[in-house]
Design a protein around this ligand. Structure first.
Ligand SMILES: *Cc1c(COP(=O)(O)O)cnc(C)c1O
Length: 371
């Protein structure tokens, strides 16, 4: 490929760019970096591809953002003091145990940087969140993906068995993105008990607010109990702030300090900090809308099963269709019907809960897909 040819570079789904040959020596291993494929936005089509809530931020949140933007010439509070204190109060944990970041994806990368030396291993389920292989590789660590069970659930026994003396971190995405499946309290407890106490267990709970099964544990309880557990939460989903970028980690104080230490300074903007605080002020309203999303997930699940699709039980705001080689064809058919879903080539399709009207449009498309 010569200078000027369009190429596909590694990175976060920026797509084609012009390759220019430069003498700068890049890391050899970047060639193997998977691309994060962001859900597409297609004008005129409904977007059910990124697990966002279909509703805009609450009016009070928009007001808070506008106010914070008025002093946009000033750097934000580097220590995210007010929001950290508020989260500490909200969850009943010490402020020292919280680290706020530019989305929980950024914190996931910071966790690798904080606990892994080059060549150390990160164990996670696969298929799971597509950011895990990226943050592992960019953090110079080695990825150890462990296949999900045939029921599309974390295989915790296999994950425990995959731990070696090089393992520094194990990620459990609960509920799992993209399958929506969740592991229960007893299984997760038994798993944590099997992990050596100097290996970090990360519980990624991006979808915690959508969980209805009482058997699915609140990771914060486990983080209070086990000194090697860290929970990741985000304001991107239930709180409708995906575009403003705020997430947080709750774990041992030494780990939280390390996460702050390796973070990019000022990475949580003032509008983002203000938005998160305002969202916490209106949590009941936000959670009521999450219940609406859960209703749509239940409706999608039963309608799709009636149509003959396999749909694993979801505890999140999306459903998974394990369509294998038909995944891309299904997504193309949905797009022809003005619905954007997220296909994972050769594996399946993830569909986020939209408004009832958006879900109706999707279900009509699913019904007309030739099976
Ligand atoms: C959406 C999502 C997140 C949230 O990422 P942010 O960076 O906070 O937007 C984290 N983990 C998983 C598994 C997710 O699906």
């Amino acid at each position: 490929m010569g200078p000027g040819d369009p190429g596909q570079g590694p990175g976060w789904g920026f797509g084609a760019f012009t390759v220019v040959t430069v003498p700068v020596r890049l890391r050899d291993d970047l060639a193997g970096l998977p691309t994060y494929v962001a859900g597409r936005t297609v004008p005129g089509a409904v977007k059910l591809a990124s697990n966002e809530m279909p509703l805009p931020p609450l009016p009070a949140v928009l007001t808070a953002v506008a106010r914070a933007a008025e002093v946009g010439n000033r750097y934000p509070d580097i220590a995210v003091t007010t929001l950290t204190a508020r989260l500490a109060e909200h969850h009943g944990v010490a402020t020292a145990r919280i680290a706020v970041g530019c989305g929980s994806v950024a914190l996931c990368g910071q966790l690798v940087q904080a606990v892994c030396a080059p060549g150390d291993e990160v164990v996670y389920a696969w298929r799971s969140f597509e950011a895990y292989p990226i943050v592992t590789l960019t953090g110079h660590a080695t990825a150890v993906p462990v296949p999900l069970t045939p029921e599309h659930v974390h295989d915790l026994d296999a994950m425990a068995a995959a731990i070696t003396p090089r393992t520094r971190m194990v990620i459990v995405c609960n509920p799992n993105n993209p399958t929506g499946t969740a592991v229960g309290e007893d299984a997760l407890r038994a798993f944590i008990a099997r992990v050596p106490e100097d290996v970090l267990v990360v519980l990624d709970e991006a979808y915690r607010e959508f969980v209805t099964d009482p058997d699915v544990p609140d990771g914060l309880g486990l983080a209070a109990e086990f000194d090697n557990v860290c929970v990741l939460r985000t304001f991107s989903k239930a709180h409708r702030l995906a575009g403003l970028r705020v997430g947080y980690a709750v774990g041992p104080a030494e780990l939280a300090a390390a996460l702050r230490g390796v973070s990019v300074p000022f990475s949580v903007s003032a509008p983002a900090q203000a938005a998160a605080l305002a969202a916490l002020d209106h949590l009941d309203e936000l959670l009521a809308d999450c219940a609406g999303a859960v209703t749509e997930v239940d409706r999608m699940t039963s309608a799709l099963r009636t149509l003959g699709y396999e749909v694993p039980p979801s505890q999140a705001n999306f459903v998974w269709l394990p369509l294998g080689t038909r995944a891309v064809g299904f997504a193309e058919h949905a797009l022809e019907n003005k619905v954007v879903v997220r296909a994972f080539d050769g594996s399946g399709v993830r569909v986020s809960a939209g408004t009832p009207e958006e879900v109706d449009l999707f279900l009509a498309a699913a019904g007309s897909f030739a099976r």
